[in-house]
Ligand binder design. Structure first.
Ligand code: NAD
Ligand SMILES: O=P(O)(O)OC[C@H]1O[C@H](O[C@H]2[C@H](O)[C@@H](O)[C@@H](O)O[C@@H]2CO)[C@H](O)[C@@H](O)[C@@H]1O
Ligand code: MN
Length: 441
């Protein structure tokens, strides 16, 4: 098995340490020769890097080299794989994305509605530059991108790099949901075969099978409607916000029993309820700053001070493992099935060919081979068409630098709808995003 040379871009991320643990856990599936961290923020990256060095020294002796840099050439020129996880504007801007819509009585969420639009307009330019930089030094490397808002980023990258066959956008949410299904069924996530369609953070499981072909969907639905639904992945199992989100799946399934919903549909199906229950002074970004980010940094301080993992509480979560299994399937032509974001081209036969959809695909060394979904029922098609138009108009607005396009996008979005409200939110977002968004005309 060829050992891979991996670059983590955005290595100052709160997910990096978890990714290192997953790389260790998955080393037989995806063996590494080297890891290079790359980030534009040398200080933020260095903390993660020094802690990772301690972990890798203890738990990955086979790794030939580990280093970190802010130099693009040094980072990318030898890469086989680049995992991309950047956040333009940081958690500070995420907090504004959440608070500004809430101030106007609208859902405040990093990837949905106005918050997703704001974050998208910040991310697009940086992501285009980053992919160009990677391609300048590593034309053949696989780029696995999970930078959010993945739907809007994927649409912009599709337009910018139409012929790039080694650029794949992915999200871990379907996998995190499947971890909970697996727990209900007394199985492992890797034993389950999903049938799924949608857009990123906007989709449904239509069926779940095991590898022997047994249909398990009704067992899952029955368990959720009788006993409720909880997160089970280690990263989120005890997080009150994620517990509340998973519980909402029971409500969605009772209201719309046909398919099993992605958790993110709560923002689109119950927007008034979601907006009214959020605390503007303690939105998700604030919880992450005081929670995951603080926890990760404290753990890193401890690892660096101790110079050993002996006393550290290190856990593996599905986020990293999913990305790594995806990478392994591409690298070694495993042809495993994963839910990924890809251009529709007839997969969902009654959705536009150019839509970036989220569907199961066989991942091969020749790229993803998505499985046909066929025609989807009118309700889902209607919801998806509205959301897709929103996402595509946001990307149009980025290129056209056009205020009115953004007003159209927000008015279309199920979390907003009302034009004067859309105008007020948009004006506040423009002010908050000066220097990040294109100058609008
Ligand atoms: N698709 C998914 O399912 C999924 C799951 C988890 C996280 N994410 C995404 O991963 C990203 C990281 O999240 P986080 O909360 O850890 O954020 P974070 O702010 O902790 O980390 C992001 C890092 O990216 C760096 N960065 C910003 N712009 C950069 C650029 N142009 N080039 C290189 N580095 C750059 C920052 O300096 C920072 O260190 C976000 O986009 C988040 O939404 C996606
Ligand atoms: O609010 P956050 O920062 O905690 O989460 C935002 C991300 O939520 C999803 O990712 C989950 C993931 O599904 C789960 O497995 C675990 O690793 O936690 C992640 C969140 O902490 C979502 O898919 C991402 O796109 C979001 O960035
Ligand atoms: Mn996601």
């Amino acid at each position: 098995m060829k050992r891979q040379r991996l670059v983590v871009a955005g290595a100052g991320s709160t997910y990096t340490l978890g990714m290192i643990m997953s790389l260790i856990e998955e080393k037989e599936h995806f063996p590494l020769e080297s890891i290079i961290f790359y980030d534009t923020d040398a200080v933020r990256q260095e903390k993660n890097a020094r802690a990772a060095k301690v972990i890798l020294h203890d738990k990955y002796p086979e790794l030939k080299s580990f280093s970190w840099t802010t130099d693009k050439k040094e980072a990318f020129e030898q890469a086989d794989f680049v995992f991309v996880q950047i956040r333009t504007g940081g958690l500070k801007m995420r907090e504004l994305d959440e608070k500004i819509p809430l101030k106007h009585g609208v859902v405040g969420q990093e990837t949905c509605g106005p918050g997703g639009m704001a974050y998208g307009l910040r991310s697009i330019g940086d992501m285009i530059d980053l992919v160009q930089d990677i391609r300048a030094h590593a034309p053949e490397a696989w780029i696995l991108n999970y930078t959010n808002p993945a739907a809007i980023v994927a649409e912009a990258l599709r337009r910018e790099f139409p012929d790039d066959k080694k650029l794949l956008n992915i999200c871990d949410m379907p996998a995190a949901i499947m971890v909970s299904y697996a727990k209900i069924l007394g199985k492992e996530i890797w034993d389950l075969v999903p049938e799924y369609f949608g857009l990123n953070h906007f989709g449904w499981f239509t069926d779940i099978y095991d590898k022997e072909g047994n249909r398990l969907t009704d067992d899952i639905k029955r368990a959720i409607t009788e006993d409720g639904f909880l997160p089970e992945d280690s990263e989120i199992v005890n997080d009150p916000s994620w517990i509340k989100t998973f519980k909402q799946v029971e409500t969605m399934l009772n209201d719309f029993p046909e398919y099993l919903p992605n958790t993110y549909l709560q923002y689109y199906l119950y927007p008034s309820d979601m907006a009214s229950k959020d605390d503007i002074d303690n939105t998700r970004a604030r919880q992450v700053i005081n929670g995951r980010e603080k926890r990760v940094h404290e753990l890193e301080d401890q690892l660096i001070a101790d110079n050993t993992t002996a006393n550290a509480d290190l856990e593996v979560d599905i986020h990293g493992c999913y990305m790594i299994r995806v990478a392994a399937s591409l690298a070694y032509n495993n042809r495993d099935t994963f839910i990924v974001i890809t251009e529709n081209n007839g997969i969902i036969s009654n959705m536009p060919a150019d839509a970036m959809v989220e569907v199961p695909a066989l991942l091969t060394s020749d790229g993803p081979k998505p499985m046909a979904v066929g025609e989807i029922p009118r309700f889902y098609k209607g919801l998806m068409e509205g959301q897709l138009a929103f996402e595509q108009i946001v990307v149009d607005a980025y290129y056209e630098k056009n205020y009115n396009r953004l007003l159209q996008a927000l008015t279309l979005n199920r979390t907003v709808v009302d034009t004067p409200t859309a105008q007020n939110i948009l004006d506040d977002l423009i002010e908050a995003n000066q220097g990040y968004w294109p100058e609008l005309v």
